[in-house]
Write a protein that binds this ligand. Structure first.
Ligand code: FES
Length: 144
């Protein structure tokens, strides 16, 4: 671990953070895990999602997340990853007119993260399977 004694010294004799604080991969990961993933953090402003249907992808603490304003005007945050095969769902900020549709196999979720459509999951023109319950595959919500 880094020696921070000089950083914690009285202001008259203190030094800035050691160079390692800016380049050490292990320290960076430690910060991600202890400062960001386990605590609340402001990651955007409500004005960035001005209307229902607005979505905005960001990377936070190394994770792809997507902010969404739903039809009830609530802002929710989900992992920006399809529950099917892990494709990134939203690649740019936009206002959706319908569901979030995965660019790979077109599974579609509403703005509350609920899986609504699984096109051709059972073969051509078969959009449902008994073994796949849509309720079991919502987007993973991040506390917001
Ligand atoms: S990876 Fe998203 S629908 Fe298949």
């Amino acid at each position: 671990m880094l020696d921070l004694a000089n950083v914690k010294a009285p202001i008259e004799t203190a030094n800035g953070l050691p160079n390692g604080c800016y380049v050490d991969a292990d320290l960076y990961q430690h910060e991600q895990n202890t400062l960001f993933r386990d605590n609340w953090a402001a990651i955007s402003f409500g004005k960035d999602l001005p209307k229902p249907g607005c979505v905005k992808p960001i990377e936070f603490a190394g994770l792809p997340v997507s902010l969404m304003r739903n039809q009830d005007n609530e802002i929710k945050v989900f992992e920006n990853v399809c529950r099917h095969r892990g494709m990134i769902l939203v690649s740019e900020a936009q206002q959706l007119r319908g569901p979030i549709t995965c660019p790979y196999h077109a599974w579609a979720c509403d703005l509350n993260g609920q899986l609504r459509k699984t096109p051709h999951i059972g073969g051509p023109d078969v959009h449902e399977r008994d073994t796949v319950n849509h309720c079991d595959y919502p987007l993973n919500e991040v506390c917001s």
